[in-house]
Structures are given as C-alpha cells and as structure tokens.
Design a protein around this ligand. Structure first.
Ligand code: PMP
Length: 301
C-alpha cells in the first residue's frame, strides 16, 4: 500500500483511511468504482482515458440513486493527484470508488444516502504474461440486464465475477469466460472477449457485457488497421472455431487467449491480428501515436 490515499476530498495516510463496520457498502455492495491505468513512458506518467472513466464512474452509481456529490473536475484532480502525492514514477493502477456510508440496514437507498468517496493507486505491470493465457467457459452465467443493470460498475455485481473466477482457477485455467442466459458468449470476469476468424473481429454486444473502455479502444484500433470488426452475438461454438481469441480490459490490456477448455486456439500461440492490436495499443498508451494523445492526461506538469 502506498503512503497516501484520497478520502472525501483530502489526502490522508493510508493507515488512517478507515470506515465504520456499519458502512452500508460492506453489507450490500453499494459501491461504484473504476479501474484506471496510468503509464510511465520514461518522461511522464499518463493516465489513459481519464475523462471516459470519470463519466462511467458517475453513471454507475446513478442506476442506484447513489449520487457522486463531487464534480468531475475534482475526481480528475484526485485521480492524477494521488499519483503525484505518492510520487509514482512507474506504471500503475488507480482505483476511484464511492459508496454508501452509514445508512443503517435499510435497502432503501435514495439520493440523500450518505456517500463517501476515495481513490487509491498501486504500482502495476502486466496482469497476464505476454505469451497468452488459458481460459475456460464456466458453468455460472453472466447476470442479465433484466436482473441488475449490466452497465453499472458496482461492487455487488462483482460477486458474479468472483464465483466465475473461482471455478476457472479450480479447473486450472487462468481466466473464466461467462456465457449469457441464451448461451452466447458474454464476457470474462473483468474483461471483454473478442474472437478473430478469417481476419475479421467480433465481440458480443452490450446486452450483458460491460461497455469496456479498452473494448472501445480495440474497436477503434481495428478500424485504423483496416480490420473489419463487428459487435454481434458470439455463439459459444465460435470460441472453439476461432483463429484467435483475445480479452480486453484496463488491467488485462489486450491479452491473447491461447487455449479454451483445454483446446488450442489456432496454433496455440498469440495470433497475428492479436499481436498487431497489442502493438498498436502499446503505442497509444505510451504516447507514440499522435492520433490518440487526447486519450492521455499527464500527471506531472
Ligand atoms: N467487463 C467487466 C465485468 C469488467 O470489470 C471490466 C473492467 N472494468 C471490463 C469488462 C473491461 O472494461 P475496461 O476496458 O473499461 O477496463
């Protein structure tokens, strides 16, 4: 844990950022959060797609009448500020979140419920090895938008991700893939899923998958590279028949999947399309692609 975190408008020592055990969010998962990466390129630390993360952050709570009672400008300043305050000069992961504080045991959360807001950061390199990972389709299904809003990035939703991850790890795979209620591919516990076949890319629509910011970046990169990409239902059988599969997410970046359910994808190595996407993505986050510098926010002046 780094020395400082940001809590309710102030930088405080990590050890002093504590909340009562009666905090509503601990009991019911009433928290909204983001995961953001910042990349150190040898000269500066650049936060990737800060504005988009802050926009999604605010929306996530709104589904539940949890009101982020601080302006976007303050959140942006806290997110870059926590890096400066801790003098971070390496790539890191930043976690802003807000949550219902002391609100008794009531399930009636209204816009007047007390909200607390925090940001912390931690140094983070690659989440997965560059050589690609194994995945398995788990028996647990992704919850549907008819149960709880899929686009809300809120604490409670992540129990679905946690149970799926546990099943995948127990069966020896690095990552889970969840199907939706109709049996099509939905997403991974913390990543969107892409399949590549005959040089074309497909990713499931947003009915049951989070509108990932890296997913959006990948669609944009595909367009730049002249690779046809579509959002459409992806049947489970397409995973096995794909030439390449990759995952996208802030933490996972673009990660090749080289086997699913013990069966090799393609030749069992990261494919050419995936490798091209990874290299473009690295250029963008490191500030080497002038078309995308608007996606980067410098931490140090
Ligand atoms: N799906 C889920 C369920 C996630 O938690 C994440 C991580 N935020 C993603 C997809 C990928 O989203 P992003 O690219 O915005 O990190």
């Amino acid at each position: 844990m780094l020395k400082y975190v940001w809590l309710d408008g102030r930088y405080v020592q990590s050890s002093r950022a504590v909340v009562p055990i009666t905090t509503h969010a601990i009991h019911y998962g009433t928290s909204a959060f983001e995961g953001i990466r910042a990349y150190w390129n040898g000269k500066n630390l650049n936060v990737f797609r800060l504005d988009d993360h802050v926009t999604r952050f605010r929306r996530s709570g709104a589904y539940y009448d949890m009101v982020l009672d601080r302006p976007d400008s303050e959140m942006r300043a806290a997110i870059t500020g926590i890096c400066r305050k801790n003098l971070i000069k390496k790539s890191c992961y930043i976690r802003p979140f807000y949550f219902v504080g002391e609100h008794g045991i009531s399930l009636h959360v209204t816009k007047r419920a007390p909200i607390r807001t925090a940001v912390f950061a931690l140094p983070m390199g690659r989440l997965f090895g560059a050589g690609g990972i194994s995945a398995c389709v788990v028996s647990w299904r992704k919850f549907s938008d008819g149960s709880t809003p899929v686009q809300a990035k809120v604490g409670g939703n992540y129990l679905n991700s946690i149970i799926a991850t546990g099943e995948a790890k127990r069966s020896g795979a690095d990552e889970a893939i969840l199907l939706d209620h109709s049996g099509n591919v939905s997403e991974a516990p913390g990543e969107n899923v892409f399949v590549v076949r005959n040089g074309r890319i497909a990713t499931p629509p947003l009915e049951s998958a989070l509108d990932g910011i890296t997913r959006d970046a990948a669609l944009s990169i595909a367009e730049d590279l002249g690779i046809k990409a579509e959002e459409r239902p992806v049947p489970r059988s397409e995973l096995g028949a794909a030439d390449e599969v990759f995952l996208t997410g802030t933490a996972a970046e673009i990660t090749p999947v080289i086997s699913i359910d013990g069966k090799k994808i393609g030749n069992g190595r990261p494919g050419d399309v995936t490798k091209k996407m990874i290299s473009e993505y690295a250029d963008i986050v490191m500030g080497r692609n002038d078309d995308y510098t608007h996606w980067l926010t410098a931490v140090y002046p």
